[in-house]
Design a protein around this ligand. Structure first.
Ligand code: ATP
Ligand code: MG
Length: 262
């Protein structure tokens, strides 16, 4: 079940990605419309981070290509913002919260302009949006895990990009903050931005995403949530992990019985 779109904002064609010549992502073909909040679902090791890295051009594909805004990556990199998965970040890097978020604005500045008041204001607003205004001067190494994660989301917001790629941005983030940031992402997509989020919780995935990509080494599904969130495709994606699936299919059924429930 793969929905292809016309005038895609992101186009992935026949993408195979390997580590040490072992493919971990096979023949992925998909296209995404702009202005959507897109979730990537799949079990551990499914290739979700690999897909995001390939979109960002951080790994060279074995075959296939990625186009963003109908252009090769190098031409549009400053319009793309990336939140790497938590484990791949050095949190002991000596920098204050404000420094980290200001870094988000550098791409637009170019080589020779230094960040000024405008960039600082953008950074402060981004910190406010993730509820971290009270920690501006703190070293990032001295924050809790969830607070660090929120600072990283703020850095991505400060970039004021058109496409956001977020790899499990809510790992360790408490539920009320997650909901608030999801609502913010919804406002951004309503204003025309595209946000792609690797996410593990199927319940909030059902509530917030417009479009879902389901991955398990191969592409299982890509399409509007209403079309792809079903038992068969979840089973194909997650295999035999029945406990989880029973709970999710119960949720889907309840929704079927009560379509007014959001
Ligand atoms: N640098 C690497 N070198 C070799 N193999 C790697 C490397 N990075 C990832 N892999 C392997 O590629 C496969 C896909 O990894 P990936 O990180 O994309 O999975 P994921 O879906 O993001 O998983 P998770 O939910 O645990 O983050 C896994 O089998 C992993 O072991
Ligand atoms: Mg990952």
């Amino acid at each position: 079940m793969i929905t292809q779109v016309e005038n895609p904002i992101l186009e992935i064609h026949d993408l195979t990605v390997s580590y040490d010549q072992n493919p971990v992502l096979w023949n992925v073909d998909l296209s995404l419309p702009g202005g959507k909040l897109v979730g990537i679902l799949g079990p551990n090791g499914a290739g979700k981070s690999t897909l995001i890295k390939a979109i960002m051009g951080l790994i060279a594909p074995t075959s296939g290509y990625v186009k963003v805004f109908d252009k090769p990556l190098n031409e549009v990199r400053s319009r793309i913002s990336y939140v790497p998965q938590r484990e791949s970040v050095d949190w002991n890097f000596p920098a204050s919260v404000l420094d980290v978020v200001m870094m988000g604005t550098y791409g637009k500045l170019g080589l020779f302009r230094r960040p000024g008041k405008k960039e600082k204001d953008i950074a402060l607003k981004s910190l406010e949006q993730v509820g971290m205004s009270g920690f501006v001067k703190r070293q990032i190494s001295e924050l809790s895990g969830g607070q660090q994660q929120r600072v990283f989301i703020a850095r991505a917001l400060a970039q004021e990009a058109d496409l956001y790629l977020m790899d499990e941005p809510f790992a360790g983030v408490d539920m009320s903050t997650e909901t608030a940031i999801f609502q913010l992402l919804q406002e951004m997509t309503a204003a025309g931005k595209t946000v792609i989020v690797v996410h593990h919780d199927i319940h909030s995935a059902m509530n917030f995403f417009d479009w879902l990509i389901m991955l398990n080494l191969h592409l299982v599904a890509s399409g509007p949530k209403e079309l792809v969130m079903n038992e068969e495709l979840l089973r194909k994606t997650y295999g035999g992990k029945l406990n989880l699936l029973t709970r999710v299919t119960d949720m889907i059924r309840q929704k079927d019985f009560n379509p007014l429930k959001s």
